[in-house]
Design a protein around this ligand. Structure first.
Ligand code: C2E
Ligand code: CA
Ligand code: CA
Length: 771
């Protein structure tokens, strides 16, 4: 037959290696590529569009629209021609009139190609691995705008291919090694080192489970000291039960003797797994035990498990050995420095860090934080205690103070005894207003309770002074000086507590004033709900509403939540304000429903603090019952960042909400750092893409790719996707093409009062114009 087979690019070998490294050939269809192909066909107005990859002998389609075959010989491919010039779009206006293609079977027979335009996909340095192409059965042309779009979309395909590769296993593995390396330099105790190494293995190493055990030389047993698993709950019990089963007991002496990794690439048939099918039951199909050695003696083992047979190939084992050596090195270093460190950085009576230890911990923390508060606790009377009761009495009071400080300090605080008469406490990311409340209420109360010395109870006067990082000092030394000055001025004013500088004193006062006003506003019912509709992108109908809080200030008018929500949160007033907001939402829902309107579910914004409140769920249930409403009335929105804090309590509350049928959405998605591995463990139903992404999506291909990825991943996890802040028709069109479920934004309506919203439910078509 007379047609021209495509040339082979000069760097064909490198090109094929690049394609192989993408690890994409013969993989299943993925929505993120399908939707880009759909977009290309839609924009160019062609019946066919393909993401085609040129393998040695064939072209294989990662995505296809309007074509049923999955591959064709390379010899007859159009895309084979297109990739010869990787930087330019390749266009055949009418194949039946083109010598190179006239008798090509794809032209003479099915699919009867006449028009072809393909933009090469250049993922690496050299030639292209394939194309994004559009095909028509009639001759035609592309407009300049369509050509531009094809180029833009092909960039998005490249972004997507690279993203996919980045997530692929080998890359992950190097990332894991790098992370462990950094960890070893940073971490100061062996337990955290081991624990972080295990977690890194799960997150980046593609593993199902990992644990590290320490050898107990007399018995030869290995005791787990750190663990991580895909399902965190089961990690510890599994590690413990595996550590004591026959396979593991046989392993320890073998590893101790050989100091080499012990691999089992098929645990279903490994005779050493014995009768306990625990590994198999949890889908652990391959394992490797790596020796951790210190001074050439076995210290313990790191045990990795994968969910796939033959997972630990030569490449992985090499890297795993490097990993084990890194961890061994870290353990060695930490053991040797531990003893010296402890003495130079701690106070021996209380066990708290001394000033050097305090500074050391602060220096580790400082680069990661924006601000914080330091509190100095002065105990001038201690000398009198010593004089009256002996030196031992001073020690027991110091110990008691240390315990009380540790018991009441927030989790992330550093507590120290910087001098014999001076305790200090540093709380990161803390604002003065909040901190003053904490110091004068919780701490002062705890520290002024009587102390027991021998059989006696005695009081001990204390003075508190605080300083604010970084305004009042950037080092511990400077912050302590400021805080001690504050103690001095507290003493002069016969107060128990002072903040260092006047400026912070002022902001504290302003905040406290606003807090007072808000307290009144809540009791007078000045807070109200506005509502913004959520629109179903396919039908254009209102399918939800978000309740957004407003303050109807008697003088200032409508105050936006940006101004007062932070104060509500830091003061704890959000508990009452949030309770009222939910009650109002339920009442409004019932009013609309009882008026015969087609009333959608109302979403209420909720903070982590509310979720952790023991009464939160019973309050909701009581309000629903009082209004004779069921859980279909309500959903809640939680920001990604609030999901990252206080995880266990939040998790329990989410589970309980789920059980009573309340839909849960993640708000502002994309602005936090939650990993997808973490997301899938949460009981959530909906994901709201942050406005920032929606804005950039229409102008930056990388953002469009990202939104596309978020949507397809969310759909894979069975989550509904809502786009926030949609302001233009173009954004809505693109979101519809990307199969986003719902949209919310000024395009449809700003948040409005309950009455106006009810009007929208009466005549929805006047407000939202579906495409
Ligand atoms: P959010 O939950 O992310 O709410 C969306 C915000 O985006 C709202 O601001 C809304 O008015 C605004 N918005 C919606 N569509 C568009 C658009 O197309 N363009 C632009 N530029 N903005 C749009 P708002 O009402 O000022 O609320 C701000 C934040 O205050 C909310 O962010 C939420 O985090 C918080 N908030 C509001 N009400 C409550 C509440 O009852 N409880 C709690 N805890 N937080 C609330
Ligand atoms: Ca929200
Ligand atoms: Ca939001």
């Amino acid at each position: 037959m007379a047609y021209t087979a495509p040339d082979v690019p000069a760097d064909e070998r490198e090109r094929l290696a690049e394609l192989a490294a993408l690890d994409v050939l013969d993989t299943a269809a993925e929505e993120s590529f399908d939707s880009l192909a759909r977009l290309a066909a839609y924009i160019c107005g062609t019946p066919i569009s393909l993401v085609s990859l040129i393998d040695a002998e064939r072209q294989w389609f990662k995505a296809r629209v309007g074509l049923s075959v999955t591959e064709t010989p390379r010899e007859i491919s159009f895309c084979g021609h297109a990739i010869i010039d990787p930087d330019r779009i390749f266009i055949v206006a009418d194949a039946s009139k083109d010598e190179r293609f006239r008798e090509n079977p794809l032209v003479t027979g099915d699919p009867d190609i006449r028009f072809y335009a393909g933009m090469p996909l250049k993922t690496g340095e050299g030639s292209a691995v394939g194309t994004l192409c559009v095909i028509d059965r009639v001759p035609r042309e592309l407009t300049a705008v369509q050509e531009d779009a094809l180029v833009t979309l092909s960039n998005a395909v490249v972004t997507q291919l690279n993203l996919r590769r980045r997530l692929s296993r080998h890359e992950q593995y190097y990332a894991m090694l790098a992370r462990v390396g950094a960890m070893i330099a940073r971490i100061t105790d062996i337990e955290s080192l081991c624990s972080e190494a295990c977690h890194t293995g799960i997150e980046l190493g593609g593993l199902r489970m990992a644990w590290i055990g320490r050898l107990d030389p007399p018995s030869g047993n290995i005791h787990p000291i750190a663990w991580a698993a895909w399902e965190e709950r089961i990690a510890e019990p599994m590690a413990r039960s595996m550590a004591s089963d026959p396979l593991q007991r046989a392993l320890a002496p073998a590893i101790a003797a050989s100091k080499r990794p012990m691999v089992s690439n098929d645990l279903t048939i490994d005779p050493r797994t014995g009768a306990s099918g625990i590994r198999r039951r949890h889908g652990l199909l391959a394992s490797v035990a790596l020796p951790l050695t210190v001074d050439d003696v076995l210290w313990g083992t790191m045990n990795l498990y994968a969910g796939r047979k033959n997972f630990f190939d030569a490449f992985y084992l090499d890297r795993a050995r490097e990993l084990a050596m890194d961890i061994s090195f870290g353990i060695d270093r930490l053991q040797k420095t531990r003893d010296i460190n402890y003495l130079s950085f701690h106070d021996t009576v209380t066990g708290l860090p001394n000033q050097a230890g305090f500074e050391d911990k602060f220096q580790t923390l400082a680069p990661q934080i924006h601000c914080g508060c330091l509190l100095a606790v002065g105990m001038e009377q201690l000398d009198q205690v010593g004089a009256a009761y002996g030196a031992g009495a001073i020690d027991s009071v110091l110990k008691e103070v240390a315990q009380r400080l540790q018991a009441h300090a927030p989790d992330r605080a550093i507590v120290a005894l910087v001098r014999r008469r001076l305790f200090a406490l540093f709380v990161p990311e803390e604002e003065p207003a909040n901190f003053s409340r904490f110091a004068t209420q919780r701490l002062a109360e705890a520290l002024t309770l009587p102390y027991s010395v021998g059989d006696e109870q005695m009081g001990c006067a204390i003075q508190l002074g605080a300083s604010f990082y970084p305004d009042d000092g950037e080092t511990i030394g400077a912050l302590l000086t400021s805080a001690e000055r504050a103690i001095q001025s507290a003493r002069n004013l016969h107060q128990m507590f002072r903040f260092y500088n006047e400026k912070t004193d002022e902001t504290t006062a302003a905040q406290l004033r606003l807090e007072g006003e808000l307290r009144k506003a809540i009791s007078r019912g000045e807070l109200t709900n506005y509502y913004q509709p959520k629109i179903d992108l396919a039908s254009g109908k209102i399918v939800g509403a978000e309740a957004l809080m407003r303050w109807l200030h008697p003088e200032r008018g409508l105050v936006s939540p940006a101004e007062f929500i932070p104060v509500l949160e830091s003061s704890g007033l959000i508990l009452e304000a949030g309770r009222q907001a939910i009650a109002r939402a339920i009442i409004d829902f019932c009013t609309w429903r009882d008026a015969g309107l087609d009333t959608p579910r109302i979403a209420v914004n909720v903070t982590a603090l509310q979720l952790c409140d023991g009464n939160f769920i019973t309050d909701i249930q009581r309000n629903l019952a009082a209004a004779m409403c069921n859980s279909a009335a309500l959903s809640i929105e939680l920001t990604e960042s609030s999901l990252m804090t206080e995880a266990p309590l939040v998790m329990d509350a989410l589970q309980a909400l789920r059980e009573i049928g309340i839909v849960i959405a993640i708000d502002d998605f994309g602005t936090g750092y939650s990993s997808l591995a973490y997301l899938v463990t949460l009981p959530i139903d909906e994901l709201k893409i942050d406005r920032a992404f929606v804005i950039r999506m229409t102008t930056e291909p990388a953002y469009m790719g990202l939104v596309n990825t978020i949507i397809s991943l969310a759909h894979n996890l069975n989550l509904k996707v809502v786009a926030e802040g949609v302001e233009s028709g173009a954004q809505a069109d693109l979101l519809r093409l990307l199969r986003c479920d719902q949209a919310q934004g000024y395009l449809y309506s700003k948040p409005v009062s309950a009455d106006v919203f009810a009007g929208m439910l009466v005549s929805p078509h006047q407000i939202c114009n579906p495409a």
